[in-house]
Ligand binder design. Structure first.
Ligand code: C2E
Ligand code: CA
Ligand code: CA
Ligand code: CA
Length: 278
């Protein structure tokens, strides 16, 4: 009995160990991946839905692991955030996408706003503003073509992240609140905060044409944004019905599979070319 009890304990212990081992392996792989630049960026079109014009693009990172293949950000961004590796990775993403935006400009594509996702951990880095300035300087991208997407949770509590966002906005960078409507923060922060755009979370868009509550929430966000002078954009647009519903409610900016999935560089170039000719 004693033997057995000990074994049981060891099995339990092994499982725990196994988990932290897997985590450590993934963490090391991530570290290695950053060193070896195993990442690339896809760009998803942002549209003016009433004119069908391309207005911008969101940079979305992908990890191409040499053995495991392409890993989605949902799998590694949380770990990158927990371990702090999002700081060097996020810096790479910003530099890479700014470089690309300027390359497209130099190649004669129409000017577009580049949106880049920023994690809380990056805003907590005391050198963040400096890093952004360095990257913009290196890549010669004008601040007015850069937008940073931060989640509502970033804005909810911390005074210092807010002052960092203010500094960024003073430089001419746009700030967008991602996944708007899913956070738990009070709305009062909206009046003090350096925000340009609210991005309606895709969970409300998915059934906006069939669910009264989702529709009312989306409408409320659109009206709220407009009444306090902010832009509003919807994400996760998959159907014509989503476009129609949003247009009816006064939201003209949108992004989603209905227009395009996130695209690799070459495919995004084709998209820019074709929409131009259309
Ligand atoms: P997010 O910032 O809310 O990005 C939107 C996600 O929805 C993306 O998933 C995008 O591919 C997906 N999406 C776009 N249109 C549609 C649609 O019509 N229908 C559906 N069902 N999905 C759509 P992705 O690329 O897998 O990224 C997931 C999350 O990972 C992002 O959510 C963001 O939080 C994070 N992430 C991605 N790239 C970065 C990055 O470069 N930096 C940071 N910090 N986070 C990133
Ligand atoms: Ca986003
Ligand atoms: Ca989002
Ligand atoms: Ca999200």
């Amino acid at each position: 009995v004693k033997e057995r009890g000990k074994n049981d304990f060891m099995i339990y212990d092994q499982t725990m160990e196994q988990q932290s081992l897997e985590r450590r392996i993934l963490e090391n792989a991530l570290r290695q991946g950053i060193k070896e630049e195993q990442f690339y960026i896809e760009y998803q079109p942002k549209m003016n839905m009433s004119t069908n014009e391309l207005i911008g693009m969101e940079a979305l990172v992908r990890w191409k692991h040499p053995d495991l293949g392409v890993i989605s950000p949902g799998k590694f961004i949380p770990l990158a955030e927990e371990t702090g590796l999002i700081v060097p990775l996020g810096e790479w993403i910003l530099r890479e996408s700014c470089k690309q935006a300027l390359a497209w400009r130099d190649e004669g594509y129409p000017p577009l706003i580049l949106s880049v996702n920023i994690s809380v951990r990056q805003l907590e880095d005391v050198h963040f503003v400096e890093k952004v300035q360095t990257i913009l300087h290196e890549t010669r991208l004008d601040t007015k073509w850069l937008e940073l997407e931060v989640t509502e949770s970033v804005l909810a509590n911390d005074k210092s992240t807010i002052s960092i966002l203010k500094e960024l906005q003073n430089l001419g960078i746009h700030i967008s609140v991602d996944d708007f409507g899913t956070g738990y923060s009070s709305l009062s922060y909206l009046k003090e905060l350096p925000i340009n755009t609210l991005k309606i979370d895709q969970s409300f868009i998915k059934d906006i044409h069939t669910n009264k509550a989702s529709n009312e929430i989306a409408k409320a966000i659109i009206n709220l944004a407009h009444s306090i002078g902010l832009n509003v954009i919807a994400e996760g647009i998959e159907l014509k019905e989503h476009v129609d519903e949003l247009s009816k409610d006064g939201c003209i900016l949108g992004q989603g599979y209905y227009y395009s999935r996130p695209l690799k560089v070459g495919a995004f170039e084709d998209y820019m070319t074709n929409i131009h000719e259309a």
